[in-house]
Design a protein around this ligand. Structure first.
Ligand code: CTP
Ligand code: CA
Length: 219
């Protein structure tokens, strides 16, 4: 009962979250994706709703239940994620970019299923770079409060510090890719203008609540 009368830390705030992997087609039945499960982004969406926010989730393909109380838009490609983000961005107070967006897409994807006609006849794939959704949002004239993620395989403190400045976001959340993709637990490092702070190993639900508390304290 007490909880019902406690002011919530994100009451009245609109939060947009991207989550999961993207899927970039090669042909109608094949594509390129990554090992992101979406668990961290979905846990953050749930924690933001619990904190009183109106939450919109833009999700790549995942096997997860929709977080209670949130609105979800399902997309496949990075370009579709970008379009879905920009359709809603002006109404948002906070943008949390958790998605593992494919850096490249196949530029010569086929409308027909590729066939292995001749022995040794290999598909020749070409790539183009995808739009950087977070960097585009952060570069808006009046951006929402932007939170980026960084999944690194090594040198987390160094790369996280650089990535926050490169993306021009006030808060960046670092983690080690091999420790997070598909897992229920994780460790995070928060990078902001004052330096960095670790959130030790915990369930993603708990880390999501700690992250929402950290965001609420900064806006
Ligand atoms: N991101 C994005 N659009 C992209 C690529 C990344 O919005 N096309 C966002 C991610 O959601 C994350 C942040 O940018 O919040 C950092 O993503 P990451 O892959 O760690 O960094 P990159 O800038 O893509 O650099 P690299 O993969 O080379 O380390
Ligand atoms: Ca990347």
């Amino acid at each position: 009962l007490l909880a019902a009368f406690t002011p919530k830390s994100l009451a009245g705030k609109r939060v947009l979250i991207t989550a999961g992997p993207t899927f970039e087609p090669i042909d109608p039945v094949r594509g390129i994706t990554n090992l992101s499960s979406g668990k961290m982004g979905y846990a953050i969406a749930q924690a933001a709703f619990e904190a009183g926010a109106t939450v919109s989730l833009i999700s790549g393909p995942t096997a997860l239940e929709m977080p209670y109380g949130c609105t979800r838009t399902s997309i496949q490609t990075a370009q579709q994620m970008r379009d879905a983000v920009f359709a809603q961005i002006e109404q948002q107070d906070i943008f949390i970019s958790v998605a593992a967006v494919a850096d490249w897409r196949v530029s010569n994807a086929s409308d027909q299923k590729l066939k292995k006609n001749h022995a040794g006849d290999l598909p020749q794939l070409s790539f183009v770079q995808n739009p950087d959704i977070l960097a585009e949002v952060a570069a808006l004239a009046k951006p929402p409060y932007c939170v980026g993620f960084a999944a690194e395989s090594e040198n987390l403190i160094e790369y996280g510090t650089i990535k926050r400045l490169k993306k021009n976001v006030p808060l960046l959340v670092g983690n080690i890719a091999q420790n997070t993709f598909g897992q229920d637990q994780n460790e995070l490092v928060l990078f902001d203008v004052n330096g960095h702070k670790s959130l030790p190993l915990a369930d993603k639900t708990s880390l999501a609540r700690q992250l929402i508390t950290a965001i609420a304290a900064r806006i």
